[in-house]
Write a protein that binds this ligand. Sequence first.
Ligand code: G6P
Length: 469
Amino acid sequence: MVSTRATHNILVASNRGPVSYTLDETGALTAKRGGGGLVSGLSAIGPDAGALWVCSALGDGDREAVRRGVGEDGVRMLDIDADTHEAAYNGIANSALWFVHHLLYQTPLEPVFDKEFRRQWAAYETYNHAFAEALAEEAAEGAAVLVQDYHLTLVPRMLRELRPDLRIGHFSHTPWAPPEYFRLLPDDIAAKVLGGILGADRAAFLTQRWADAFTDCCHAVLGPGIPSGTRIGVHGLGADADFLRERSHRPDVDERLAVLREQIGTAPDGSARKAIVRVDRTELSKNIVRGLLAFRELLEERPEWRERVVHVAFAYPSRQDLAVYRDYTAEVQRVADGINSQYGTPGWTPVLLNLKDDFARSLASYRLADVALVNPIRDGMNLVAKEVPVVSDDGCVLVLSREAGAYEELGEDAVVVNPYDVSGTARALHEALTMPVGERAERTKRLAAAATALPPAQWFLDQLHALDS
Ligand code: G6P
């Protein structure tokens, strides 16, 4: 039976919601609104559309907000028991599923799918079920429900069973693993993940490559043909040009730009030093360490760049509950320090590493970048690759991994690298640094056009329309 709360026509479900709360010592709650494609997509359909965003309460501030009944219209936070959330989010989503899709396992030692994994899997089912129940309760007859990402792969099937009247979409923001890698997962779990998504009317991906990999996995694990008749779609999320151009010229960004210019400094001949910029979460799949090693090899092999270039690396903390992420952050720091002590001079710090998140400073770095280094091992899309050309003041050369989703749209005008090939990446950096100004400007223009072809609001609306048709 459809509940009395069932008033919403459009619902979005994701682990991380559009708002989060922090609790200070005095007991006061402060709300912080996040950005991103879904936020601008939902705001584009307007406040009267009857939309609801269902998300998890993450951390003490969010839980306290739920307990006190504090919240925003159009957002429902689910206070799922902390241990269940921890096992589902860190154990299954961010370890097993994230690692499989980003090819991150070091297979002689990992993964080990044992009793502990089974315990986490049970929590993942409980957590997905909590979402399915909340959505079933809130959705109006025939509503459209857009379920997001690898945290919630079981929701479409669970929701379909509770509410056959709904139109359900699932969107994967990650890559999808090829079958031989996906099948590292125990067979029953692999089948449940695929079967869960196949409960949707439509399963969508950021690129054709990930959509094809999903279909290949269905054939390999479930047998030929996609049994449920789920339609497969592709929506390549683009950068939000209007927002970025306006935001990147506000005074806080100008201030940070001046500070960064000062830190980068000038070469011994008085010319401005070049900047190779990267901005990422400190995430194993982003391949930050190999990027640093490539920069070191550039300085080794091409001594003419010493004192004339700086690697600006912003690597923001992420998933620090997981030891492997903490270790990776320490490794990034260690390698950067090593380069600075080996090559640095009193007037030149070769690597400017900063681990503190600051969006305005990221935008400032986009404006001054001569080269943007985006070299992930695998990435669903990578929006930094799309944002830099839009924000750049004087044109920027994009050094881009062929394993990023963005490669499909930007590959022609980027300098493309195999992310494992450190020497190749070092050569690509040299090529990028020496690209003639005219060519660099032309390429930046084309990159910016391709990067903004499907802005977030349109990306979101396209998914809704595709669910209708
Ligand atoms: C990726 C995922 C998102 C996730 C984000 C940040 O982009 O596709 O679902 O929200 O990483 O990760 P976090 O674990 O901090 O939510």
